[in-house]
Design a protein around this ligand. Structure first.
Ligand SMILES: [Fe+2]
Ligand SMILES: [Fe+2]
Length: 269
């Protein structure tokens, strides 16, 4: 039986969410917004890619996983659209322009790039979200959010972990090749992180953070250290020739979080 549960969620976001929604931390809040603005373009592109790849797969279990992957991604970007609409965006007119450029990129990739490129792009994204999920749940304590916005990110992250093997297996089954996956995957990471970075920098220009308090400085130094100590090795591991997401096990903490969202879902399949 598949480990992937498709949960239909219905988070209720308050209207007019302040863009600085993470403990007064401008940069972290804006990069989370960058990520949330990215997903309604990136995830439909993954779904389009999987739909084409499906025609070339015979293994019924992999087809089942692929369909669950696409159903999860479909739920993710719909909930991110809902969150993005609830955000207070007055004063940030350039965001729309950045989004239009991104939309063009993903349509161009679907229309002009090879299936191999698009699948390697997908795995570049998925490998990073798998590493990010492990890091977030175990070193950033993402597990017990207290708001619908934090729930959105925790639910999404745990489902990214649930479907961690799918893009890897589909790439392997349809085309395969380590070096191509590595370089196209690195390009993918550069491409979508550049968008997140542009959004963050632009929003910081419009709404700069004031001088950091000693506590904030300490917390930032600790976060940078955690990133170096724990996140970096998790990411580097995904670049190695023997990397496979199949060897990464579900942890008890993630099972607990996954069960929580299964319970909160309006339906599951
Ligand atoms: Fe997703
Ligand atoms: Fe994903």
């Amino acid at each position: 039986m598949s480990e992937i549960t498709v949960r239909r969620m219905d988070f209720d976001f308050p209207e007019g969410i302040d863009p600085v929604f993470m403990n007064g931390d401008h940069a972290r809040s804006f990069s989370a917004i960058g990520l949330s603005l990215l997903l309604p373009y990136l995830e439909p592109y993954l779904i389009r890619t999987m739909k084409i790849a499906k025609k070339q797969i015979d293994d019924p279990d992999l087809i089942d996983d692929l369909e669950r992957f696409s159903a999860q991604e479909g739920q993710h970007y719909r909930m991110h659209i809902k969150f993005n609409k609830a955000l207070q965006r007055q004063g940030f007119p350039k965001l729309e322009e950045l989004e239009e450029d991104l939309a063009d990129d993903y349509l161009r990739f679907s229309n002009t790039k090879s299936l191999r490129f698009n699948l390697a792009y997908a795995e570049g994204f998925e490998a990073l979200t798998t590493a990010a999920a492990l890091f977030s749940f175990h070193h950033e304590r993402l597990g017990d959010p207290d708001s619908p916005v934090a729930d959105l990110f925790a639910w999404h992250t745990v489902e990214e972990f649930e479907h961690r093997t799918v893009a890897f297996d589909v790439y392997d089954s349809v085309c395969g090749g380590y070096f191509y996956r590595l370089f196209a995957g690195l390009y993918a990471q550069f491409h979508f992180l550049r968008f997140v970075n542009r959004v963050t920098r632009y929003m910081l220009e419009v709404r700069p953070a004031g001088p950091a308090t000693p506590d904030q400085k300490r917390e930032r130094r600790a976060a940078a250290w955690r990133g170096l100590r724990y996140a970096l090795p998790l990411v580097v591991r995904t670049y190695l020739p023997w990397y496979t997401p199949h060897r990464i096990e579900f942890t008890d903490e993630m099972r607990r979080v996954a069960a929580k969202y299964t319970e909160m879902a309006i339906s599951t399949s």
